[in-house]
Ligand binder design. Structure first.
Ligand code: ADQ
Length: 737
């Protein structure tokens, strides 16, 4: 059985120490539950901070803590008080948390905290390294450990790493503010699979990768120099049955066994049967929108006086991050508004807001979910928001109305709720009114759909989906590794090629024999390349064919006096060494005018892009443009061109940061076959880097040796990482004899 590590800032356990006694109890959080269900099929270990500073414990107590953790299959990363202050309360909660939730005004930029963040991430990496025996998969959680994937990848390149971010990933315009943005994104890219709650966060992340690091992105895969990283969204679910079943059980309890909360709610309801309970539950955090929620409730009481006697807001705020300034300020502000509203609208018998500032046992939480008719959840930013889901899961008879902020990730899956803008108090007040008045059958209809979805995509399914996806990524990596040109396969190829008396080399130019430049004209061959190609061509048993999408004039200038065959414009023109250029087949170029004017429109709107004109094709280059804009414009352009080219017998080819429009049916494969038809070869080697070379690979006769440069999918038999590796191989293929 393979071993699997789960890594998060906090371990899923509570440690209680009294005297010499140590008690470790598993926590009931969603993540722990989800992991529990999947971890049963693995030999798994959870690594994280226990919340206890072991430096302060006696040797015997420390031993007891370690043993108790071991029993729960947990290993502790011991953090000192100073580390907790700088890494956890500091960089994690004063820099990343506010920035990723769009609260730029709260973001602290402290070098000392950043250094501590790096140090603690390294500390996690060190503890992981001590526990790597037999491990083939690691799943890292959340914003405290953004640098960890890369730290592990560097040390253990063969281990598959998944990373899930539980909070939003902000838009590039926000993320770029961070002085350490590149290190953070590179840290995350150490993972093989990156998961986010929603497509928006995934999109934001991709955009930052493209703009900051310039990597190519293929739908949801990032092509890094040596690896592919997959990015996807996995909306986190809850343990649906646990909430639903507990709510059912609670209803069945006798009066004596009922929770105090439930008894109080029922007693109140008997006295005031018209009351609607509005529930508000969250950690006391500025992202959760408590202030605007209270203001909207106040506005509701002002605007709809007829309901003043009929609603009670049950406000449950869980103490959180008490050491961080903003949280203390917020607590005072909440206290003040609650005081003001209760002062203004209370009567002898009734108080409009019941305010609790504490955590609650699970049973009481479920009673609140089950009993309250309306949930008012108005975060100004929230990665997902599980409370919204837990409320719906606990509605055993299908009644109840959820009012949910469009800024919560959960709103993307819960469109049957009343979706509001958390900054629009009039809209929230109107939603409260609508919720109070909503007919029962409509409530049930909406909730039935929501419940069905939550039940199907529960926490277990979420975790399993993520892990299955991780396995797929691993499989793809293995497929890649299977094609990777190893030293032994290189030796085999050299032996095979040099053993033949009639060899031909079809070599693409850009990205294959040389690197890319912003301006294609600057990618001239260097001396090393000329020497290499000359050495290859000098052997009378070799024929060198440069086969490229380049224009004729450029190749004439660079290779005009060389003894190589040249094929340009993807197979429009052909030139044997020392002979004149010939067209491979007659073509028409009368279409260029109409296509050029369409392309010019894109040049005007995409700074840095330009048109290259070849004899029988037009190319729009966007390598120098803003990567994000260039990518989007390329999609638009392809879309627009598809209808334009249909009647002109043209086709669109997408290369590396270029879109080319050319006559249909002209491609490198067809051109190569013509060369081979004129003079067959016993051994064929073809090397290329983009998808125009796939035509070459697919059309060549079986037995040809095809080599792809880069990570993208290919039908070629082998893959190499870069043009340097190609040059190294060609050096050997010049063959002594
Ligand atoms: P949180 O910001 O903590 O989580 P949320 O998703 O709402 O927010 O989860 C809160 C959890 O705490 C719920 O499971 C709830 O049952 C529990 N809880 C709330 N009030 C409680 C109380 N008074 N007593 C006991 N338990 C209480 C972060 C992100 C979210 C994301 C989650 C999961 O900020 O956006 O949904 O992680 O990825």
């Amino acid at each position: 059985m393979s071993r699997f590590l789960i890594i998060s800032n906090r371990l899923p356990v509570q440690i209680n120490i009294s005297g010499e006694n140590v008690e470790v109890t598993p926590s009931v959080g969603g993540l722990a539950t989800g992991m529990m269900s999947v971890s049963q099929s693995f030999d798994s270990l959870w690594i994280g901070w226990s919340g206890v500073d072991k430096n302060k414990l006696s040797g015997s107590l420390e031993e007891k803590v370690n043993k108790a953790l071991q029993k729960e299959e947990c290993v502790d990363v011991n953090l000192t008080e100073e580390e907790v202050e700088l890494y956890y309360e500091g960089f994690s909660n004063k820099t990343i948390w506010p920035l990723f939730h769009y609260f730029t005004q709260f973001v602290k930029y402290e070098e000392e905290q950043w250094q501590a963040y790096k140090r603690v991430n390294q500390k996690f990496a060190d503890v992981i390294a001590e526990n790597m025996d037999g491990v083939d998969k690691i799943w890292i959680h959340d914003y405290h450990l953004l640098l960890l994937p890369q730290m592990i990848k560097e040390k253990f390149p063969d281990v598959t790493i998944g990373f899930f971010l539980h909070i939003p990933f902000p838009s590039y315009e926000l993320f770029r503010i961070l002085p350490w943005r590149n290190e953070i994104i590179e840290g995350m890219l150490g993972a093989d699979l990156l998961g986010f709650h929603t497509f928006d966060y995934e999109r934001h992340f991709m955009s930052s990768v493209r703009r900051l690091l310039g990597y190519d992105i293929n739908i949801n895969e990032i092509n890094m120099p040596k690896r592919i990283v997959k990015v996807d969204n996995f909306p986190m679910g809850i343990d649906y049955n646990k909430f639903h079943d507990s709510a059912l059980e609670s209803q069945k309890r006798s009066v004596r066994d009922k929770s105090e909360v439930r008894k109080e709610l029922e007693r109140y309801y008997l006295l005031y049967p018209e009351t609607k309970f509005i529930l508000s539950i969250d950690r006391l955090d500025y992202t959760k929108g408590l202030i605007n929620r209270l203001q909207a409730f106040e506005y509701f009481l002002q605007e709809y006086p007829e309901y003043r006697d009929k609603v009670t807001l049950v406000l449950l705020a869980v103490p959180s991050r008490i050491g961080v300034d903003q949280y203390q300020q917020m607590k005072s502000e909440v206290d003040e508004i609650v005081g003001r509203i209760n002062g203004e609208y209370s009567t002898i018998n009734r108080t409009p807001i019941w305010y609790f500032y504490r955590s609650m046992p699970f049973e009481n939480l479920v009673d609140l979910y089950n009993y309250c008719e309306i949930a008012l959840i108005t975060p100004v930013r929230d990665g997902m928001n599980l409370v919204a889901k837990e409320f719906i899961a606990s509605k055993t008879d299908g009644r109840g109305v959820l009012i949910l902020s469009e800024m919560a990730g959960a709103s993307k899956e819960m469109s049957e709720a009343l979706i509001i803008n958390p900054n629009d108090k009039a809209q929230i007040a109107a939603a409260i009114k609508k919720a109070i008045e909503m007919p029962l059958d409509e409530q049930i209809e909406r909730n039935t759909i929501l419940q069905k979805r939550l039940k199907r995509y529960d926490i277990e399914k979420w975790a399993t989906d993520f892990l299955n996806s991780l396995d797929e990524v691993r499989q793809n990596e293995q497929n890649y590794l299977a094609k990777k040109l190893t030293t032994s396969s290189k030796n085999k190829i050299v032996k095979e090629v040099c053993g033949s008396d009639n060899r031909i080399f079809f070599l693409d130019y850009d990205g294959t024999l040389t690197g890319f430049e912003d301006n294609p004209k600057h990618a001239r061959p260097d001396k090393e390349l000329y020497d290499l190609l000359d050495a290859l061509a000098k052997n009378p048993k070799n024929r060198v064919v440069l086969i490229s999408g380049r224009d004729r004039d450029t190749f004439e200038e660079w290779f005009g006096d060389k003894p190589y065959t040249l094929i340009v414009e993807h197979g429009v023109w052909y030139r044997s060494a020392g002979k004149d250029w010939e067209m491979i087949e007659p073509l028409d170029d009368s279409w260029k005018e109409s296509i050029r004017s369409a392309l010019e429109f894109y040049v005007d709107r995409t700074p840095g892009s330009f048109i290259e004109e070849k004899n029988y094709s037009l190319v729009w280059h966007y390598r120098k443009s803003d990567p994000e804009l260039g990518h989007n414009r390329a999609i638009e352009l392809k879309d627009e061109m598809t209808s334009l080219v249909a009647n002109l017998n043209l086709e669109i080819m997408e290369g590396n940061k270029v879109i080319e429009i050319k006559n249909r049916g002209i491609n490198k494969g067809r051109a190569a076959l013509k060369v081979l038809h004129a003079k067959p070869a016993d051994k064929i080697v073809a090397v290329g880097d983009d998808w125009t070379d796939e035509f070459l690979f697919s059309d060549l006769p079986s037995g040809a040796i095809s080599i792809k440069v880069g990570m993208a999918k290919t039908i070629a038999g082998y893959k190499v990482e870069n043009y340097e590796e190609v040059r190294d191989l060609l050096q050997k293929l010049a063959c002594d004899k």
